[in-house]
Design a binder for this molecule. Structure first.
Ligand code: ADP
Length: 271
């Protein structure tokens, strides 16, 4: 039933925003250069509500830059980015004046979890989580703290609510970072290699947390080198190489049926 859905899922009143297609976030024809180096070449991706989408590929292929364009941390040179069918970025090479930068109220519908957890070092866990919601006046202090405790419970960090980041392991800090992103009630969560800064024994607890979100129907996009994880949780996987999407499809399509030599070569190195 609807009432049993986790509270970060959108209420029915928002369903209409997405229109018939169910597409929550869509990037079309994204190009991006850093001086001489073109790091994104006509990249397009599309993610539907409730989908878990992974982006894989060799280092330097543009995966991180791509997801940073989705929430305004990197600005494309050209392309279109839509959230709920509405342009949040638009720039056409022949119409430079059409360019529009994303606004804060649009960006905050997109949650982001970084490689380096980026918690505020002088705030405790609970404060780290309530800071954003309090700034955006999402409720009273007491309401937001109660809600934050719910998110901490979800990521298995309830008992650490009053600790400071330096008192936590990397895996624990990353789970707090996930709770912090959830507390803004995002429409989509972006994960940029969330386990690559962790000691191997801490990777599992973070992947498990993300997997729970995926299973509950959170819309998410994850850049990852964890191939078994990507295969297990993804509805769709994009493979990037040298700034381009060279293949996309279901996990089975990517891992078992894809003849693209760059994909085969890359996956072979993980076996
Ligand atoms: P990936 O996530 O697939 O490893 P990135 O998106 O991080 O790839 O990087 C793609 C390319 O863009 C790399 O060659 C990288 O060095 C370059 N790059 C990324 N960010 C910047 C930046 N801010 N300035 C200059 N070059 C950058």
């Amino acid at each position: 039933s609807v009432s049993s859905k986790p509270d970060y899922q959108e209420s029915a009143s928002h369903e209409a925003d997405e229109g018939q297609s169910g597409v929550v976030i869509e990037a079309t024809g994204i190009n991006k250069s850093f001086s001489e180096l073109q790091v994104l070449k006509d990249v397009s991706i599309s993610v539907k509500k409730g989908e878990a989408v992974s982006i894989i590929g060799p280092s330097g292929s543009g995966k991180t830059t791509l997801i940073r364009t989705l929430n305004g941390l990197a600005v494309p040179d050209t392309g279109i980015i839509k959230l709920d069918g509405e342009n949040i970025f638009f720039s056409h090479p022949d119409q430079p004046r059409s360019r529009r930068l994303p606004r804060q109220n649009e960006i905050k519908k997109i949650g982001m979890v970084f490689q380096q957890f980026n918690l505020f070092p002088h705030k405790n866990v609970l404060q780290n989580i309530t800071l954003g919601p309090r700034y955006h006046r999402r409720g009273s202090k007491a309401q937001l703290e109660t809600e934050a405790m719910g998110f901490l419970d979800k990521v298995g960090m309830l008992e650490h609510a009053y600790k400071y980041p330096h008192q936590l392991s990397g895996g624990q800090q990353q789970r707090v970072a996930i709770a912090r992103a959830l507390a803004m009630h995002p429409k989509v969560m972006l994960f940029d290699e969330p386990t690559s800064a962790l000691d191997p024994e801490l990777v599992g607890e973070v992947l498990k947390t993300i997997e729970v979100l995926a299973r509950e129907g959170m819309t998410l996009i994850i850049v990852t080198h964890e191939m078994q994880f990507a295969r297990r949780i993804s509805d769709k996987i994009y493979f990037m190489d040298e700034g381009s999407v060279v293949h996309s499809g279901s996990p089975q399509d990517m891992f078992d049926n894809c003849d693209e030599p760059r994909v085969r070569q890359f996956l072979k190195e993980f076996n």
